[in-house]
Ligand binder design. Sequence first.
Ligand code: MG
Length: 455
Amino acid sequence: MKISVIIAAGGSSSRMHGFDKLKAKIDGKSVLTRAVLPFAEYGGISEIIISAREDALPEFEALVRAEAANYIPYPQTAHGAAMKSDADNDRNTVHRANGAVSIERISKSGGGVSELRSEALKPEDGISKLKTGVPELRSGILKSGGGVPKLKTDVPEIRFTSAGATRTESVYNALLKVSPGTDFVLIHDGARPFLTSAVIRRVTETVKKFGAAVPVAPVTDSVLINGMPYPRELLRCAQTPQAFDFAKLTEAYGRALADGTDEFSDDYSLYAHFFPCGAETITAGDPENKKITYPSDLPSVHGVGYDIHAFGSGNGFPLAGVTVRHNRGVIAHSDGDAAIHALMDALLSALGKDDIGKLFPDSDPAFKGINSIELLKRVIDIVNSENAKLLNISLSILLEAPKIAPLIPSMKKVLSEVTGLPTDRIGISATTNEKTALIGNGEAVACFASVSLLR
Ligand code: MG
């Protein structure tokens, strides 16, 4: 019984305002990797083919390879050929996860060969005790629990292929890449990261019996059809993975493309158009097996930052990118913009990155007197390079004098230009310290910053 999985990851994230939802992180792993892993971990799946836009393939492949390293023992290019090793010598990479150990050896000839030593290995054994010794092993994971290692050989091969112009074309292209001898194929949305093994089990059991399977969930909103209320108990939402007899699905896709019929919203409706399915092919999905469609479907992360600068000699000081006229200046290595410094630390903190003290050290002459807006631009570059999307900024400025309320609209405008956020997503409040302590005595200006992001 040979089962292949196709992950449809060719969408354009059109409802996500330019943010690539497949790269968004949930608890440290991308949506795409989370869509792939339940199949890799399930057992009994022979291969997983990820179909993505040509321009996104290298990035997606690198992402999934990094996040699911235990399941991709062979380095491969997007088109399945062995990737050349850049090392002069053979290189061994040891992957560990949940008590399992796998060794990947990349030989200097460029071919990838995974080797494992099948000797007793305890969890406390160091990697140095592992020696390679079983050549030509296609893939494997060495389980170190219980002292006696077991070789897991049903780890699927993960490959990547180019999507077509439409979803129908993309799935058909991927079907052509499925290995000969495959009995059933499961097709899953790359944007469904909450799939459980229970749903995979129900779908695979159903397809083995009836040749097709679709997991469904109840409709929770009230429904109107042509403006008339309709009993939602009669309706179901079709989810993925949907499963099919491989040969029949390939035939159905071939016929749909030949006919030019492209009105199907999912694989089940296409398949059922050519091979009518009975109710026995319907199985329970999971209300949690949601498809990420809008930014609000993703959990957000938060960060806080704080900064204070003491007043010294000078004429005015920068605050949130705007010059505040004053009979004092601020003491600082950079330009001393406490609001921008607090904001940068909040952004970096939300991403789990080093703070500005490490990123822009005051021991480095390059940052002497630097405009903090230039530093903020660099931090925004980091935010973008992490595929994070800034949702809002909230600043609370503590300053006894002068009054800065009239400057707040200008501050918002500057921050909006640098961060790309609309001004109604930027909140700036100003307060005094009621003439008490350092700030109340007019000796310093401080700022708290809070941000939220999708990542
Ligand atoms: Mg500072």
